[in-house]
Write a protein that binds this ligand. Structure first.
Ligand code: FNR
Length: 191
């Protein structure tokens, strides 16, 4: 049976390079026969984490829903921009909130521990968001996530797509396919 894969872009911007990359990767998962869901964090609006807020009102329902969304998939791919050499607050905040959702019937970190995670990122720079992915890897592994070693960095992202938002460069396409194949393989073992 095919694993279920969730794709989470880390940018809400119209014309986002990372949203385009998320769409390209999701297409590749679908081509491989995988059941793929691509979400937008715009549908999970969350305030900046504040312990007082949590103490007063509990964890917001969108954080609980996002955790359930992750929990309903075997593999999760984050597609992250790089802001000042790190993860954009949109993604960090979402992960922080999800990590605070406590389910009485499960051990802490279970939602991260029991599935496969992979990272991709696009930026206009030569490094292709590599530093953001390094930061994101540290965040996720500290939440006990299994993050696969291979990651996809898309450099010079403003020149990487054609008019149809398809990747132009053969090397980028090959790297994307390799990441997709590896995440499918490891997600299957998580089923
Ligand atoms: C950036 N950008 C950026 N790019 C990069 O490669 N390294 C960096 O450290 C930064 N830093 C940074 C900080 C802030 C606050 C912003 C808003 C942007 C540029 C970034 O890669 C560019 O805006 C991308 O287009 C963002 O990704 P999306 O929205 O296109 O997916």
């Amino acid at each position: 049976p095919a694993p279920k894969i969730l794709v989470i872009p880390g940018s809400l911007r119209t014309g986002s390079h990372n949203a385009k990359l998320a769409a390209a990767v999701a297409y590749e998962f679908a081509q491989a026969g995988v059941d793929v869901t691509r979400i937008s964090l715009a549908d999970f609006p969350l305030p900046i984490y504040d312990g007082d807020l949590q103490a007063k009102s509990g964890v917001p329902k969108h954080a609980i829903n996002l955790k359930r969304m992750i929990g309903a998939h075997h593999g999760v791919l984050f597609v992250s921009p790089e802001y000042n050499a790190s993860v954009p607050p949109l993604l960090k905040n979402a992960i922080d909130w999800v990590s605070r959702v406590q389910d009485p019937h499960e051990a802490r970190g279970e939602v991260f521990r029991n599935r496969a995670f992979a990272l991709a990122g696009a930026s206009q720079s030569r490094l292709g968001a590599a530093r953001a992915l390094q930061a994101l890897r540290l965040i996720l592994t500290s939440c006990h996530a299994n993050v696969i070693a291979r990651q996809l960095t898309l450099a010079f992202a403003d020149e990487a797509y054609d008019d149809m938002d398809k990747l132009k460069n053969e090397g980028d396409i090959a790297a994307l396919k390799e990441l997709v194949a590896q995440l499918i393989d490891i997600s299957q073992r998580m089923m």
